[in-house]
Design a protein around this ligand. Structure first.
Ligand SMILES: [Ca+2]
Ligand SMILES: [Ca+2]
Length: 168
């Protein structure tokens, strides 16, 4: 955040009026780290074309002050389609078609919450593929492909990841 102060004075006859103008810029100092781009005009995102487990992905995003993408709208789900359309070729990935989203039920089995602690039911985006979630305690992370429907999966799968920095 930056604040600029300006002082102006006006004379009118015997009256002097002073005015202090404070200009507060809340966004100007936020420069995203390298590789982040605005997608769908909603936020800054970056794809890491490396096969990572959920834990490794969380660490990678955290190093950049970000988190694994949390879907809050159809528009945000389209961000994943945008990256998938670039056809990343990820060595050693369990799949080229899927990426993790920032959802899990490793705290309370069956109760999926975002990495920000919000129940998925309140997130603005809660679409599961038919039959999912079905993994019980063996599948506590969530991935999506281009249809962007949630699939619970083993957190030790290795997938490319998308980090989300902040909303615009
Ligand atoms: Ca589970
Ligand atoms: Ca599953």
């Amino acid at each position: 955040m930056t604040v600029d102060l300006g002082l102006s004075a006006q004379h009118s006859g015997d009256v002097e009026t002073s005015q202090i103008l404070a200009t507060v810029n809340l966004g100007g100092s936020r420069t995203p780290p390298p590789g982040y781009e605005v997608v769908n005009a909603i936020g800054f995102y970056k794809m890491h074309p490396t096969a990572l487990t959920m834990d490794e992905g969380r660490e990678k995003c955290a190093q950049e002050g970000a988190h694994i993408i949390v879907l809050n709208s159809d528009n945000e789900a389209d961000v994943i389609r945008t990256f998938l359309a670039r056809k990343p070729n990820i060595p050693h990935a369990n799949s080229q078609e899927y990426t993790f989203v920032g959802l899990h039920d490793w705290i309370d089995e069956g109760k999926f919450i975002s990495l920000l602690g919000e129940p998925v039911e309140n997130s603005g985006f809660n679409r599961w593929r038919a039959g999912e979630p079905n993994g019980g305690r063996n599948e506590n992370c969530v991935m999506v492909d281009k249809d962007t429907k949630f699939v619970d999966i083993d957190c030790n799968w290795k997938l490319f990841i998308v980090c989300e920095l902040y909303d615009l």
